[in-house]
Design a protein around this ligand. Structure first.
Ligand SMILES: [Zn+2]
Ligand SMILES: [Zn+2]
Length: 246
């Protein structure tokens, strides 16, 4: 399993990071998580085929996570995708995405792929989908709008993704024994975001093996990283284009 960090920035990141978007690849399976920018351009820059996307997961309704949704559909259509596209996420998020796309007049877009909206239950361990050997589950995390963190599990290992969250026991449970935890490190903001040190605390409590920080603010500092490493040594900042092997 490989997590491609398509983007690693927060909504207020520097010039070298776009918004946080992740593609998870396992064999011939491909999952896109969020599209707060031009997700397909980022996929192609990372050597991935956008037409190979099996499912899209939208974690929550903030613009830095779903504002690129209409563009994603337009580009998939122009590149020739005709198969229906399953889209998973909290019901509130799917409603926003649907409304966002409905702004555009697509009546003349012959062959536009059908959108299959699949709400995810807002409870720990909620099943999202299974793609062969790859099982995906979700849990609500601590953010001002309904938001899900994700757990990707195969025979070979486990990847957990916190999504946007304050320090949360739900992420500890989600990341239990994970080979890699991708956790946001925007900066501590109760009820909203986490600092790198708080992400490191989650990694320790979960018994994760590696921690990769994403959702970086402008000037993500070495100080934050040093504080995280004081708690959990195997911590790095992710950067746009990184491949994280699990
Ligand atoms: Zn958010
Ligand atoms: Zn965000």
């Amino acid at each position: 399993m490989t997590a491609h960090l398509l983007g690693t920035g927060s909504a207020n990141a520097g010039p070298d990071r776009t918004t946080t978007m992740i593609a998870v690849e396992h064999g011939d399976r491909l999952v896109l998580v969020d599209c707060g920018g031009d997700a397909l351009q980022r996929m192609e820059a990372c050597g991935l085929d956008p037409l190979a996307i099996d499912v899209v997961i939208l974690t929550h309704e903030h613009p830095d996570h779903i504002s690129g949704y209409p563009l994603l559909l337009e580009k998939l259509w122009l590149k020739g995708r005709r198969d229906p596209l399953p889209i998973y996420g909290p019901a509130a998020t799917l409603e926003k995405a649907r409304a966002l796309f409905a702004i555009f007049d697509t009546l003349k877009w012959a062959g536009l792929p059908e959108r299959l909206y699949r709400p995810v239950e807002m409870r720990p361990g909620a099943p999202v989908t299974r793609l062969g050997d790859l099982g995906i589950t979700a849990a609500p995390v601590e953010h001002p709008v309904p938001t899900i963190g994700l757990r990707f599990e195969t025979r070979d290992g486990v990847l957990a993704y916190s999504c946007d969250t304050a320090l949360s026991g739900a992420v500890v449970d989600l990341a239990e024994g994970a080979d890699v935890l991708i956790h946001e490190g925007t900066g501590s903001l109760p009820g909203v975001h986490s600092s790198p040190a708080e992400a490191a605390e989650v990694a320790v409590r979960a018994g994760a093996r590696r921690l990769v920080l994403v959702h970086a603010p402008v000037g993500a500092s070495d100080d934050g990283l040093a504080q995280a490493r004081a708690t959990f040594a195997a911590t790095t900042w992710g950067h746009d284009g990184d491949r994280v092997e699990i």
